[in-house]
Design a protein around this ligand. Structure first.
Ligand code: AP5
Length: 221
């Protein structure tokens, strides 16, 4: 069994957090906890949480802190997070970061690192506008930058690919604004706690993966 690793991935929409989280999970053998994925599944399953969250996601706004904090507290107390986790898309506000700290203090498992993936606005817009996701296995593609062999078919499981509703131009702009206003202050929040590690997220997927592994000291694992 690998050493435990409790990690937050921080960065703007389209920074490549989901793409890189998959590599880290595989290497460090820890679960990928993506609040975006959990919320989208709740919307698709029409759960009470999904019914409430859907209206915010469609507009590119953040789902209220209390809803997200409750959802995450349940996940982190699950047995499958005992050996660590990678949080992708959470926390996104200072109250969420404070809530996370309190939760982890209670179970005596503080964060090890916060990895900030720094990507300029133009790159994130280009990545989000071309993103395609597999309906079945969640694999990520980009129409131009990492296209599947057959457009709209997943290379791995042959299921259909879809474009996220919130990847439309006007919603992307709204999400980026929300990120600047509500999430980017967390960079300094975590830097001041000595937890922040930063990488330049511009470059090919493989090159960034190597930078991520280096920043997290995962190369030899
Ligand atoms: P969420 O799903 O978390 O979206 P996000 O943070 O906006 O991030 P993305 O998933 O859009 O981007 P990513 O950084 O993961 O990039 P990816 O790897 O896919 O949140 C969605 C919504 O849910 C929010 O707007 C909010 O409403 C709600 N929500 C979620 N969490 C919440 C919270 N904590 N509180 C409140 N509300 C919350 O890559 C993007 C594309 O680029 C892909 O096509 C990929 O193939 C390509 N790509 C990736 N890396 C590279 C590379 N190096 N080179 C070329 N292409 C690349």
């Amino acid at each position: 069994m690998g050493e435990s690793l409790r990690l937050v991935l921080l960065g703007p929409p389209g920074a490549g957090k989901g793409t890189q989280a998959k590599f880290v999970c595989e290497r460090a053998k820890i679960p990928h906890v993506s609040t975006g994925d959990i919320l989208r599944k709740s919307v698709a399953d029409q759960t009470p949480l999904g019914q409430e969250a859907g209206q915010y996601i469609t507009k590119g706004e953040l789902v209220p802190d209390t809803l997200v904090l409750n959802m995450i507290a349940q996940r982190l107390s699950d047995k499958y997070c005992t050996n660590g986790f990678i949080l992708d898309g959470f926390p996104r506000t200072t109250p969420q970061a404070e809530g996370l700290r309190e939760n982890l203090e209670k179970i005596d498992r503080p964060l090890d690192h916060v990895l900030y993936v720094n990507v300029p606005r133009e790159t994130t817009i280009q990545r989000l506008a071309g993103r395609r996701t597999c309906t079945k296995c969640g694999a990520l593609y980009h129409r131009v930058l990492s296209p599947p062999v057959h457009p709209s078919v997943c290379d791995r499981c042959k299921a259909e690919l879809f474009q996220r509703d919130d990847d439309r131009e006007e919603t992307i702009a709204a999400r980026l604004k929300v990120y600047e206003r509500q999430t980017s202050p967390l960079i300094e929040y975590y830097r001041s706690q000595g937890l922040l590690r930063e990488i330049d997220g511009v470059g090919g997927v493989e090159a960034i993966r190597n930078c991520v592994f280096q920043a997290l000291e995962l190369e030899g694992r």
